[in-house]
Ligand binder design. Sequence first.
Ligand code: SF4
Length: 623
Amino acid sequence: MWARFEPLLDSVERPARYLDSEWGVRVRPDSSYRVALVYPDTYELGMANQALAILYDILNRVEGVAAERCFVPWKDMALAMRREGVPLHTLETLVPLRECAFVGITLPHELTYTNVLETLDLAGIPVRSADRGEGDPLVIAGGPCAFNPEPVAAFLDAVLVGEGEEAVLELVEADRAVLVRGGSRAERLRALAGVPGVYVPSLYEPVRVEGAGTEVPGCGSVAPLEPSVPAIVAKRALRDLGSARPPTCPVVPYMDVVHDRAVVEVLRGCTRGCRFCQAGMVYRPVRERSADDVVRDVMATLRCTGHDEVSLVSLSTTDHSQIEEVLRRLARGLEGRAVSVSLPSLRADAFGVEMARLVSGGGKKAGLTFAPEAGTQRLRDVVNKNITEDDLLATIEHAFGAGWRRVKLYFMLGLPTETDEDIRGIGRLVNKVMEVARDNTPKDQRGGLRIGVSVSTFVPKPHTPFQWEPQLTLDEVLRRQEILRESMPRRGVDLSWHDPEVSFLEGALARGGRAVADVIEHAWRNGCVFDAWTEEFSLARWMAAFEAAGIDPVALASSARDPQAALPWDHIASGVSKRYLLEERGRALEGVTTKDCSFDGCTGCDACDDLGLDISLGGASRG
Ligand code: SF4
């Protein structure tokens, strides 16, 4: 393979994307069971994915199993590989993907769907699971999009829902047992369907529900074809996060990658309860790692990798009950070593600024980031974003008084019940932030004040209280953007937008059902790949694909769904009940907030009971 592949390297951009032998790589050529772990984007993005690093570490500890990495070749390399007939292979031992026992693909967001097809096609694996034969590997996906797998179900042999640490081992064991006795592909799939948390799409069929109200054509629910497979597939979640030691010797890339630093996970879940946030709903309950474990793993990772920066990651790192202790111990342990600690986002309170001071080591160039999401208290209550204007302004006063000169604020346009007044409220809030920032900055430094305002479009996601809500049409987004632009202060503000066309596609794909597979295949055959890359994205090509498949994307994204109608993801259980989501939706429409159950008592989402789990703070179950 190397003899055929190596000549291609000097004609493509960034050949380091396709080379292995990095520090920390695992090579196990004698293993009998080979797994290709695929991130459906380039090496630079995939190497930042923590799930891939965890599974790589876990699987390579199993006797007889080798896990190897594979990323999607950029267009120049894909062209060269097709021209020369070189199949897509793993980085570590250059084994073609089609010779692996299974190909595991993580699905981080909807815009990677065409890259899944590109991966399979470059590997010489039929893109539709129905067309695969005995000699083909099993194609198994996981990740955030597994919570509505239907749009890509036709391309997948199995889907692992939820956290993979334990389930992936059970899955490999079940598959190896069938292979050892010479079982067929059908038997392998049945064995996988018996692993809790695994969904095998070919063992389910679409159901037509009569009188289903506003159900979008082709996007109903599915039901099992036989009684032996579960009607509802419940997500997997680790009971004890401390028992799953994260990789402390991960692969260190030679080339620049996004988030080029050591990463240590500090907790899973987030129970702040923002009603638009899918991750906050589907990864419940909160389970923290203890301060001792976090500090130990940070030190071990830095020692092994030589990184000079470590990021403490999670959905809400600064909510960790022992975060102050963690940061103080790290500051002491790393003193004089020129290593910095970073946090993904901050709480909008004085404690958040204090934490920023602890990790900044005195430097304040990077600026601070906060996410008020909405411009008025009314709308923040609707979405359950428990930040008041006073909180935010006090935080800005504290931060600028302490020497920071830059701040970035995140907002969303099109949240349910949003009015033009709410949009103007964003402008008013930014004006007040600017005033407070100026008042707390010495006169001679005011010229350097900058406020970044980043605005995205609300996308209603499955398994959230807003899963039934409509998304703004493109024309309406443009009208509301204009209102926002006019309400913004003229000076000192950098206003940026997340491309509304991308959000529109994301919305159409996120709430789709099985029929959407035809759209994705049309789009890919029409040249759509790397849709998450601005320069590659083409809404026109996607619209042509929707038309060819006879599906209306506006109906998918922008129609309200009937709460009584079946949804394409009804057979996937995140633990949070539909009853709770509906109650939360009702509270949202009344502008009533819900407290954070990690600190203020259970609010009844059912995740703990359904999954047999408990909230665990500081590594100990709350009971
Ligand atoms: S069941 Fe209660 S305690 Fe558990 S995550 Fe849900 S609201 Fe929180």
